[in-house]
Design a protein around this ligand. Structure first.
Ligand code: AHM
Ligand code: MG
Length: 340
């Protein structure tokens, strides 16, 4: 059976550590062996290690490119490699992970044959912002390795509805970790002096409607007419609907999604003439975010259809991504299907 943080877990209180909440939540769940809690704590450990290197990156000779390109054809930064190595090493040591898939690895990598979980991650999202001290982060999701075939790379080719946990960290003005195991979304802030994540944002709810839109408008000339029409609408004057919306765009999904999750509004990375299938990756960018947004009462689509229903064909599949407040994503959909 799927282990998870149980609905009967004690209500989170401020002063709660991430480890404490995870452990309390799984204790007493029928069939729980502690392996799920142990896996999540391992991911949190990796994030704390990445945090220390990100914080000192300018000093530790960790900025800049390695000279390599990854499977996506993108230039690899030294911190991308470091973050990937840390996650791989920590997950291997945990013994809980059967296979992992990473933005930085061409193929899925086998870990522990007795591991019960599959972990997909983007070790360091927002690579273009690394060298300029702008928020970056780590995104991950966990699937269950329920069947024998799940211990092969094909195990990752499941729809996001099968996710059992997802989260992301933001290495920003503070380091935060946002996590869901299917019973709401909780946000934690790292206290670097004690090296612990403390609960700072219990039960995050994405407002039904926001005031900002987030999209790389430099791509406007490459969008189809329906997306252009939406972009014109959201900037139009309409007091009753609260338009125009303000524009916010960091260029790191973790940062743009985090703001949208907490404050509402809409983030969109539509398909365009350069990236006809979208830019963002389904398995380790769109799916974890979609899971978190749905858990928080928000919505995530590819413009029209629910992200979590999409069945990946490959580890590095891309998708258009539109997420945020339910009213704002619904309005986008009306434009996308030609109803407006
Ligand atoms: P990365 O995983 O290589 O960092 O790329 C993904 C990033 C997202 O964080 C962000 O939403 C998007 O790419 C920004 O793309 P653009 O620079 O085209 O606006
Ligand atoms: Mg990314």
């Amino acid at each position: 059976m799927t282990e998870s943080i149980a609905p009967h877990a004690p209500p989170p209180v401020v002063g709660t550590t991430l480890e404490g909440l995870i452990t309390a939540g799984t204790r007493g769940t029928p069939g729980a062996t502690g392996e799920f809690a142990s896996l999540l704590n391992s991911v949190a450990l990796a994030i704390r290690i990445i945090h220390t290197r990100v914080r000192a990156a300018g000093l530790a000779g960790m900025l800049g490119y390695t000279g390599e390109t990854n499977v996506q054809g993108e230039e690899v930064q030294k911190l991308d490699v470091f973050a990937n190595d840390v996650l791989c090493a920590v997950l291997e040591k945990s013994g809980r992970c059967a296979m992992l898939a990473s933005e930085e690895l061409d193929e899925a990598r086998a870990m522990s044959p007795t591991g019960k979980y599959l972990v997909a991650f983007d070790p360091l999202d927002g690579s273009s912002n690394i060298d300029v001290n702008i928020s970056i982060g780590t995104i991950f999701c966990v699937l269950q390795a329920a069947r024998v075939s799940d211990h092969l790379a094909e195990g990752f080719l499941q729809p996001g509805t099968r996710i059992v946990a997802a989260g992301y960290s933001v290495y920003g003005s503070s380091t935060s970790l946002v996590l869901s195991t299917g019973y709401g979304v909780h946000g934690f802030t790292l206290d670097p002096s004690v090296g612990e994540f403390f609960l700072s944002h219990p039960n995050i709810r994405c407002p039904d409607r926001g005031k900002t839109y987030s999209v790389n408008e430099g791509n406007l000339g490459r969008w189809d007419d329906r997306v252009k029409k939406w972009a014109a609408w959201i900037k139009s004057e309409d007091k009753a609907r609260g338009l125009p919306y303000g524009h916010r765009y960091v260029g790191s999904l973790v940062a743009d999604a985090h703001r949208t999750l907490l404050k509402g509004g809409i983030f969109a990375y539509p398909a365009d003439a350069k990236s006809p299938g979208g830019k963002l990756r389904l398995l380790y960018e769109a799916n974890p975010m979609a899971y978190l947004f749905e858990q928080a009462g928000g919505v995530a689509t590819n413009g029209v259809d629910r992200i979590l229903d999409l069945v990946p064909k490959g580890l590095h599949d891309r998708t258009p991504l539109v997420l945020g407040s339910k009213d704002d994503v619904a309005a986008y959909r009306q434009f996308a299907v030609g109803e407006r």
